[in-house]
Design a protein. Structure first.
Ligand code: BG6
Length: 484
């Protein structure tokens, strides 16, 4: 069956930076379904050739050495452009006609990709519905929706209603690109294709879990967007909670969309949203120095660019095990990691009895950029009596499978073409995730507790974050990964 991908918001940054490079890579690896066509739709008045020309330059830049001019020429012949405005019904009619022309009435899987500004999601969906583009007349119709999916639980619910007015849930693919990362999928493999971790993956052995998504970059040119968004909406509601779900979920009966998503949703249901008093004690917020000088940022803005949040997953497996989530811009280095900090041995027989949690076993799952896994354990230092030192077993994806780490969007696009929604968020999942974030956002808006701490760029966030962990007898694992 033929496949057509229609990208709304085609002239935007995401299309040139991520989507088209991912499609080109799939083409290069011969993974695109037969008879694939890509149709861009946005207001810029491009011809097919103009758009192909622009994309050639950006793709060459983003895929680096994998760019091959001859291969690009073959790939570019699949790329078309239809100028149009989401607000204009007749532009959708024209798009409909163009699709018919290109598809020559063969059976076709058609995937609509919403890569526009979020305020256009609802009108675009309604127009798609109104002109019959969602009707599954000669093959499946699917819609991929980029993040952010709403600004809070209520707007996410409204958007879900609009989506369900036109598409059935099985046709909807809500993207969180973190789920397309190989190392995030590998978390499921690590847990559920091995037997040695599962027996200790619970409150009996684990002291706490730390999930860090640190970015070295600042807000850069996205000042206006970011200032209205902040770190909780930008990173926590989606990426960090996805990592938490992957770490905490039970084994699904099989690796299938509904089974996987049912288990993830159970984790969210087990997290009680924080009450205002708990927001004051269990969250931290910060803003890097220099943020206020960013173009587009409001004067005196109180938007947080750093946050740390302590959540409890109240179920049998995780009762009493805190999950510390932290993310920030302008941090020491770029690293996304999940740290499983195990408990201390009950007594320390090899020294004068002092037991330090930070020295207990630790499993570090490096999601990026130094993709890998390290298991830390105590070892006897040779020839020094019974002196011990923490050492590690180190698995490095790059060393083991050199050069095959694909971009997240390759996997996600392919899954959307093939109708596998396992790595996409379901409607209840996004609403429940907002239900965890909303109370923090509203407490932050209405009180000054916790205060907004300033932090110096290139550190690990505000000093208070360090003290906060120490006060709980714990310590952040602040290590920049070593790239091999
Ligand atoms: C996006 C956020 O969803 O994820 C950005 O909007 C952030 O602010 C980005 O920089 C991080 O993605 P990655 O894949 O680079 O970790």
């Amino acid at each position: 069956m033929a496949t057509t991908l229609v990208i709304f918001g085609a002239s935007g940054d995401l299309t040139s930076r991520k989507l088209v490079p991912a499609l080109y890579q799939l083409f290069r690896k011969k993974r695109l379904p037969e008879k694939t066509q890509v149709v861009g739709f946005s207001r810029t008045k491009f011809s097919d050739e103009d758009w192909q020309h622009e994309l050639a330059e950006s793709t060459a830049k983003f895929v680096g050495d994998d760019f091959d001019a001859e291969l690009w020429r073959q790939f570019a012949s699949m790329i078309h452009y239809q100028p149009g405005d989401i607000k204009e019904p007749e532009d959708f009619e024209a798009l409909h006609r163009r699709l018919h022309e290109l598809e020559e009435s063969s059976d076709v899987t058609r995937v609509y990709y919403l890569s526009t500004a979020p305020r256009f999601y609802k009108p675009a969906i309604e127009r798609i519905g109104a002109c019959g583009l969602a009707d599954e007349v000669n093959g499946p119709r699917r819609i991929v929706i980029e993040k952010p999916f709403g600004r809070d639980a209520e707007s996410a619910h409204d958007l879900n209603e609009a989506v369900h007015g036109v598409f059935k849930e099985r046709q909807v693919y809500r993207i969180d690109h973190y789920l397309g990362k190989e190392t995030v999928q590998n978390m499921l493999v690590l847990r559920f294709a091995n037997t040695i971790f599962e027996p200790v993956w619970n409150r009996n052995y684990i002291d706490h879990v730390q999930i860090t998504v640190a970015e070295e970059v600042t807000v850069g040119r996205r000042g206006e967007f970011y200032d209205q968004t902040g770190v909780l909406r930008d990173m926590f509601q989606n990426h960090l909670l996805q990592l938490l779900m992957t770490t905490a979920m039970e084994a699904p009966v099989r690796f299938e969309a509904e089974a996987v998503r049912d288990e993830k949703v159970k984790v969210l249901r087990a997290i009680s949203p924080l009450l205002p008093e708990a927001v004051a004690s269990d969250t931290l917020r910060g803003q890097y120095r220099g943020y206020l000088d960013t173009p587009g940022v409001a004067e005196g803005s109180q938007t947080a660019t750093f946050a740390a949040v302590k959540l409890a997953v109240d179920n049998w497996r995780w009762q009493g095990v805190p999950f510390y989530l932290r993310s920030g811009k302008a941090m020491s280095c770029r690293t996304t990691q999940i740290v499983i900090q195990f408990r201390n041995p009950p007594t320390m027989v090899f020294s004068n009895g002092s037991v330090d949690t930070c020295q207990a076993n630790r499993l570090v799952i490096q999601i990026q950029p130094a993709e890998g896994i390290q298991l830390h354990f105590q070892t006897k230092v040779p020839d020094q009596g019974m002196r011990l030192r923490l050492t590690d077993l180190d698995f490095d994806f790059n060393r083991e499978f050199s050069g095959v780490m694909p971009e997240a969007y390759e996997r996600l696009l392919l899954d959307a073409f093939q109708g596998d929604a396992s790595l996409f968020a379901r409607s209840d999942e996004v609403e429940l995730a907002w239900g965890i974030i909303d109370p923090i956002l509203s407490a932050w808006e209405s009180t000054s507790d916790p205060p907004l701490d300033m932090y110096e760029p290139e550190l690990w966030g505000p000093e208070r974050a360090v003290e906060w962990m120490h006060a709980q007898g714990r310590q952040w694992f602040d290590t920049c990964p070593v790239l091999s």
